[in-house]
Ligand binder design. Structure first.
Ligand SMILES: [Cu+2]
Length: 334
């Protein structure tokens, strides 16, 4: 799957000189920005600023083992202290508020920063609910232009850094919450990526290949494991203000490296505390709409929505199944 995706990406980005238009790539059209779930997709012109707000809500429901659905009773057999499976997760909703800013100090360098606020809710099989909320990991990044052609193509490097500002000590009452309910990674993470963009008169496309590299272990002597992510999208400009997009995304997040010693006693009770039941490989399809205000008092503002759902997923150990992700966003550049 991974291999096929990389090939597809290489073919699309390198072997399609026909997918071009006259003049340089431009952000001044509805599909001048990628589908809203993509981060660091575009650069700015020297001196430009942008502010953005995104709201993302992710729903997970039902248990999976690997790529198969698994019943509560089967999962209970793997977790002997789970009280007949009652301590296993049943569903989870993760809401994220993302406040971002971008600024170009030159035509070659655009800097960005993002502060995220997380709101997690998980129900156990027993019906018991648990919650956590607060600031997640702050992200800083620099985008460096590699290529800008006079026929609508460009490429840039993404050099991102994630700071350990999110808590890894979240509790429900006096009990520590599982890994998936924590607010941050606890580690300094390097987020490199490479992004390709292309435009024709009515279409645009992009590809981004990147990852998350954990640079240390956190104060509890574990890290969340590295991640590889690739995205490929295409959009159609329908009018000067509206575009529609299709995105294909592949993500491979490994399980934990080390484990939180405070959770060791609880990992036979629930997969939420099991370091080998974290991370997954998932391919998702995303459908999106972008709206760009060309004139009037809202000129320059953008609003966008995207819905994503898995095409296939393979979880490490026993975990909740990813159901859908909605991302709604607003962006304004000047
Ligand atoms: Cu921007």
């Amino acid at each position: 799957m991974n291999h096929l995706f990389l090939k597809f990406l290489a073919i699309l980005t390198l072997a399609c000189p026909a997918l071009a238009h006259e003049g340089p790539w431009t952000a001044s059209r509805p599909d001048g920005h990628a589908p809203i779930s993509v981060m660091g997709d575009h650069m700015h012109k020297m001196g430009e600023w942008m502010v953005s707000y995104r709201y993302m809500t992710m729903d997970m429901k039902g248990l999976k083992k690997g790529s198969s659905d698994i019943a509560k009773a089967q999962a209970a057999a793997l977790y002997p202290m789970s009280m007949m499976g009652n301590m296993l997760p049943k569903e989870m909703t993760m809401d994220m508020h993302m406040l971002g800013t971008m600024h170009a100090i030159s035509d070659k360098w655009t800097f960005m920063g993002m502060v995220n606020y997380l709101d997690n809710e998980m129900s156990m099989q027993s019906g018991m609910k648990m919650e956590s909320s607060g600031v997640s990991d702050v992200k800083l990044g620099g985008l460096y232009e590699l290529l800008s052609t006079d026929h609508g193509r460009r490429a840039h490097l993404n050099l991102g850094l994630s700071l350990p500002t999110g808590s890894i000590d979240e509790k429900s009452g006096s009990n520590l919450l599982g890994y998936g309910m924590q607010l941050g990674s606890g580690t300094w993470d390097f987020n490199p990526a490479i992004t390709f963009l292309g435009q024709t008169e009515d279409y645009s496309w992009g590809a981004q290949l990147g990852g998350v590299l954990r640079m240390n272990d956190n104060k509890q002597d574990y890290n969340l494991g590295n991640r590889l992510e690739g995205s490929l999208w295409g959009a159609r400009k329908i009018t000067d203000s509206i575009s529609a997009s299709v995105k294909f995304d592949y993500l491979s997040q490994s399980d934990l490296d080390g484990e939180d010693s405070r959770m060791m006693m609880m990992k036979t009770m629930s997969s939420a505390f099991d370091p080998k039941a974290q991370g997954r490989d998932v391919s998702t399809l995303g459908l999106g709409l972008n709206y760009y205000f060309q004139d009037g008092s809202l000129q320059g503002h953008r609003i966008a929505a995207e819905w994503e759902t898995p095409i296939s997923q393979n979880v490490n150990g026993v975990q909740l199944e990813l159901d859908s992700v909605w991302t709604l966003g607003w962006q304004y550049a000047w």
